[in-house]
Design a protein around this ligand. Structure first.
Ligand code: CTP
Ligand code: ZN
Length: 157
């Protein structure tokens, strides 16, 4: 096989969004966050896992015709803070944006402590302080329970 054939792993897209530099193993969670696991989805979606890149291995998700909301961006930042979002039109990257891991997270993750006030019948939205990004670790501002990546992705709202 020549080098060019070896290099082709996942085709460029004409129009849509490329979610790039996803932490290895997190691409399926990204699909879940974007609601792309539904059987009703008609858009073309491509996924690559464990692809070599300049900065080590990564996952990539490419979706045609998809706009990503700011809530979805925040969720992705929690499970993969180095992710970049590339908007593609006519095969060109017209906008590149890195997701931004916020200092505080409210309303998008449930506290894993069942006795936390945010899990009672009180009108208290869950809120966390982000205490580290590598690995991602967040701390509930009410009960101080810490949650790491795996727990965060299991408790996304
Ligand atoms: N891409 C694509 N279809 C296009 C254009 C780009 O799928 N029509 C993908 C590229 O394969 C890459 C990502 O979108 O995974 C970003 O493209 P580009 O900015 O051209 O690549 P890089 O400069 O390598 O990006 P970065 O610096 O963010 O790694
Ligand atoms: Zn809590």
């Amino acid at each position: 096989m020549n080098d060019k054939k070896r290099a082709i792993k996942i085709s460029p897209i004409r129009k849509g969004t490329v979610i790039d530099h996803i932490r290895c193993g997190q691409s399926l969670k990204v699909l879940k966050i974007l609601g792309l696991t539904d059987v009703e989805i008609r858009d073309v979606v491509s996924i690559a896992m464990n692809v070599e890149s300049s900065s080590g291995k990564k996952d990539i998700v490419k979706v045609e015709n998809k706009e990503i909301s700011s809530e979805e961006l925040d969720k992705i930042s929690l499970i993969s803070p180095e992710t970049t979002i590339n908007i593609i039109r006519d095969y060109e990257v017209i906008k590149k944006q890195r997701v931004n891991l916020p200092k505080r997270v409210s309303g998008i993750v449930r506290c894993r402590n069942r006795n936390c006030i945010t899990n009672q019948r009180e009108p208290v939205d869950p809120e966390f302080k982000v205490i580290s990004s590598e690995p991602v670790n967040i701390k509930c501002i009410y009960c101080e329970r810490e949650m790491k990546e795996e727990e965060i992705s299991e408790n996304l709202l």
